[in-house]
Design a protein around this ligand. Sequence first.
Ligand code: AMP
Ligand code: TRP
Length: 332
Amino acid sequence: MQRIFSGIQPSGVPQLGNYLGALRNWVALQADNECIYCVVDLHAITVWQEPAQLANQTRELAASLIACGIDPKRHILFHQSAVPAHARLAWIFNCVARLGWLNRMTQFKDKAGKDRENVSAGLYVYPNLMAADIHAYHATHVPVGDDQKQHLELANDIAQKFNHDYGVEFFPRIEPLILGVATRVMSLRDGTKKMSKSDPSEQSRINLTDDADTIAQKIRRAKTDPEPLPSEVAGLEGRPEARNLVGIYAALADTDLDGALREHGGKGFGAFKEVLSELLVAKLAPIASETRRLLADPGSVDAVLRDGAARAAAIADPIVAEAERLVGFLKA
Ligand code: AMP
Ligand code: TRP
């Protein structure tokens, strides 16, 4: 049995990339692991969040996760701000990680863009908090989309330096679990940009709350090229939009790119998009309606999170207290 930890930000409605790159795997891993899943609201405020919306978004995301199949009774589902151990360990890691390491983070460069002087200090140290999330539980396996791989390498560097500096073998190595055919789902408007819940264009993504008509309309308008689908994977070379749609299809149909092209190679995009939206609706519509059902009783979702936070704290508090002792903090 392995201890799994993963997190997702309540910075908007979860989208198809979250589902295929992460959430679907989170659900599957529950079968034979101990899983701890966290709605990371501390991470979310590294960029501006409307205070009136953040709490709702946290609750709505928790409801979506339960609707996807996360089982909060057998595993743990909670929100990060409810367990202070994350912030305590993150501070220690801020003092372990080196500026040079953080300067290499491509997600920071992407998010900060040209406005580097004006982004929050939190956005810069974000990967240290992410490392603390995982190491506060001595988790060893972390299911994420491909975009998070570099952050997990940093989490290993931090653990190794902590262990070395304090002369201990305290934090274990962690393994990224980057699973499935669609580990990086791209924007429907631009096949070179990743699909994201914070993209200003609604047309760029499928939300887990979209109804059937909205899904069909977004897929119909998705950018493509004029050629029909190739019959082999090599024919997707240089066609990022085609590759993305075929990848989404393959992931949802539980096949691979070869399998999808054996089935649909030679079709024009008009016909392929119809098959794709039917499949998307079949897989996502039940999640949207279950999310709505759960949110009809917001108090019950909050109760799930409260219970999860108490169980999470029971694991993290002693581990973080020990890290503080190793650092030399007075435990009077
Ligand atoms: P975030 O929405 O940034 O909190 O990400 C939550 C999880 O979803 C992380 O494991 C990400 O790697 C994954 N994820 C987010 N966007 C995508 C995408 N476009 N394709 C694949 N995985 C993604
Ligand atoms: N940084 C991750 C993302 O944006 C979310 C996250 C925060 C996370 N803490 C984590 C993922 C710990 C895995 C483990 O996608």
